[in-house]
Every structure is written in C-alpha cells, then in structure tokens.
Design a protein around this ligand. Structure first.
Ligand code: MG
Length: 399
C-alpha cells in the first residue's frame, strides 16, 4: 500500500528576530511526517493562506514518494506561476517530502542526493561594527572561534552617513548615501585587510544598494583586497550590468538571494558572469529546484553559497546543509548563529564548531520542531522599518 499525505499543517513562530513559517506534512503511516521551510518573513501570512487554503486540498491523498510530480504540478496548478509567496509555499511542501523520503529510506538527505562530498560545510559569519576598528574587533572574535570566512559590514546595509542633508518635509525612513557608502566601505575593507592580513577570507554584501555604474566602480576598487566574494552588487532588475563588472575586474561575484525564476539565474550562469549562486532555497521553491540549479552551475565552474541568515528557518538551514554536503561545487555557507532557545524549539538544528557546520546523520533532514514550545513565541505583527530605505533626497529605494 502506498504512503499518502494525510494532513498539511503550517506552524508559525518568532523565537528570535524573524517570523518563521514551517510546514509539517503528515502521512498515512502513523508517526511518519516531514518538515519544510516556507519562510517569507516579511509577508508570512499570505504564505500560510496559500498552503492551508490552496495547496493542502490539492495535496491530501497524494503519494509522498512522487516529489518531482508534486513540485511540477504545484508550480503550474495555479496557472500563474512563481513569486515569493507561491515559491515559499511550495518549498515547505517540497522540503517536507524530501524529509519523508529520507526517513522512509532510513538515510540522511545528503545520501539520497548522491552522498557526501565532504564531512562538514565551511560557514561564514557576519562581522560588523560602526567603525573600521570595531569591525576588526568583530572579525578577530570570529577568527578566535575558528571561522575562516567572515563577512564584513559597517553601519548595516548601505552604511551610516552622518552628514545627510534631507529636503524640508522629508519622510521618515532608513536613509543612506550610496556614494558615501562606497568611500567608507572601501576604507573599512582596506583597514581590516591591513590588520588581519590573510588570516581569514573576507566577504562583503552591497545588498544591491548602488547605481549600476557605481557597483562596477566599487567592484574594481575593491579588487586589490582580494575578497572571497562581493555579494549582490546589482539588483535582479539590472542583470545586464554584470557583463560590465566582469569585463573590468576579477572580483568574485555572488548573486541571487532575490531570485524567483530560473530565467533570472540561467543567463548569469551560461555567461559565467557570477561565481557563487546565493539563492534563498525556500524562495526558489525548495530542494528540488536548488538541486537542479547546483548541478547546472557545476557545468560552468560556478559554486553554491546558499542564503543563510536568520530569516531562513532552522529547517531551511538543515536543507542548506544537506545540499552543501552533497554538491561537488559547494563554495561556502552563510550562517547566523541562533540563540539556545531556537535549538530547543528545533531539535537537530545543525551545530557549528570551528567554522564548520556538521550534520547529525539522522534520516531525512535530521531536524524537528517542538510545536508546543514554538506556540509560546507567536509571530508579531509589525510594519518593518529597515526595508523603508530612502536616498538623501527622500526618494524610496531598494533595501
Ligand atoms: Mg545578502
């Protein structure tokens, strides 16, 4: 008798900074279930509705083993396709089905994917501060904990400018000055490199905050400091400009946490215009499309560096880790260091020691959720401030 989907539950919780969405897929076999990440933290309610009201009626009674068919049909069954809400909803189902498949096979997911290429995944941490000196202090504390890859930011995304002169009546918001940012960050990166030498690989995230031509200039200027990669120098809306960066410097480029559709990353891979794929695995639709993108990128010498901040749920981090362990073209994994409470709510959340993230070798994703404890930390409704980004003259811009 085949094993079928008997129930689809959506669990929301906010034990730390981000509102998390996790799917729990139950099956006709008592005790057999899977979990998947469906976290779109800024718009989590429509994802919950999409799963509960639209995907669940479609899924009940379907065979759990048919992951590919279910993924393909979920993507086209609504006729209009893609987008962060639908892709995250599908990811929750997809990851839970992979988790179930691993449990049925009594294998960790990395074994289902093809087996380990490495014992653990090298991670990078987020160092930061308000001055070059404080960034160096932060970097040194990561080095002391064994990290060999460290992202350096100063003053948050876009930096902090003290001398912004706004027009009278300017609206509230998170203001920054892109040209000032370029100058300040270059000075900071030079300072950090001078102080730590080659004792760690350095990364920086522009967070697509620059005009395209300023991003080209920045990538050229920062080349001398030999970053491990420069992240999101351009927005998905400005993909054609990657050619100009490539023509002018050898700064390694990472891109992709905002991508929705394969047509966005395919030309960058085919053109060898980037070096690291940075997609948010739930945002692209789960493990199924991430596996395909990794295989495709490998043909072109491009590595993976899946998005892994606090707005990827612990279940999503576990999915990232299994992809990292398997992919021959794994590069590095972003890691956000969850507090102990999150480890209590998500038993099996991967541990990081000496700059490496380790699997626990349990079947499937190897992670679970304590629903009772999660319910004690409900999601808070709030209007998000940091994404209300404005340029010095008050105009709205990308966060
Ligand atoms: Mg980023």
């Amino acid at each position: 008798m085949s094993t079928t989907i008997s129930d689809v539950k959506v669990i929301t919780t906010q034990p730390a900074g981000s509102r998390l969405v996790v799917v729990k897929l139950e099956t006709s076999e008592p005790g057999l279930y899977g979990v998947g990440c469906a976290t779109f933290t800024q718009r989590f309610r429509p994802v919950v509705t999409a799963i509960e009201e639209h995907l669940k009626p479609f899924l009940i009674g379907r065979e759990v083993t048919r992951i590919e068919d279910i993924w393909q049909m979920l993507m086209v069954n609504g006729y209009w396709r893609n987008g962060p809400v639908l892709n995250n909803a599908i990811s929750g189902i997809d990851q839970a089905l992979w988790d179930i498949k691993g449990k049925m096979a009594n294998m960790p997911l990395y074994d289902i994917l093809g087996g380990k290429c490495r014992e653990a995944a090298a991670v990078y941490g987020h160092a930061g501060g308000d001055s070059p000196e404080s960034v160096v202090n932060s970097v040194e504390s990561f080095i002391d904990q064994g990290y060999r890859y460290i992202r350096i930011q100063m003053g948050g995304y876009g930096g902090q400018s003290s001398g912004i002169i706004k027009p009278e009546g300017a609206l509230d918001g998170s203001y920054f000055d892109p040209r000032d940012y370029c100058r300040n960050i270059l000075e900071m990166i030079a300072y950090v490199r001078e102080h730590i030498g080659d004792s760690a690989e350095l990364l920086h995230d522009i967070h697509e905050r620059l005009q395209p031509i300023d991003a080209v200039q920045f990538a050229k200027d920062v080349e001398q400091f030999k970053l491990f990669f420069l992240e999101d120098p351009l927005a998905p809306e400005d993909l054609e400009w990657f050619t100009h960066i490539r023509q002018q410097c050898a700064t390694p480029i990472a891109m992709g946490e905002l991508f929705n559709h394969p047509r966005e990353w395919q030309p960058l891979i085919a053109g060898k215009l980037i070096d690291f794929l940075r997609m948010h695995v739930s945002q692209m639709g789960g493990i199924t499309p991430a596996r395909n993108a990794a295989i495709h990128a490998n043909m072109y010498g491009i590595r993976t560096a899946w998005h892994g901040p606090g707005d990827t749920s612990p279940v999503g981090h576990a999915a990232n880790l299994h992809l990292d362990l398997w992919a021959p073209n794994f590069g590095v994994q972003e890691w956000c260091r969850f507090p102990d409470l999150v480890y209590e709510i998500f038993p099996g959340l991967p541990e990081v020691r000496n700059g490496y993230m380790y699997p626990n070798d349990q079947p499937g994703l190897g992670i679970d959720i304590d629903e009772v404890l999660a319910a004690k930390y409900p999601c808070r409704d709030e209007v998000i401030g940091w994404t209300q980004t404005r340029l010095p003259d008050g105009s709205a811009t990308r966060p």
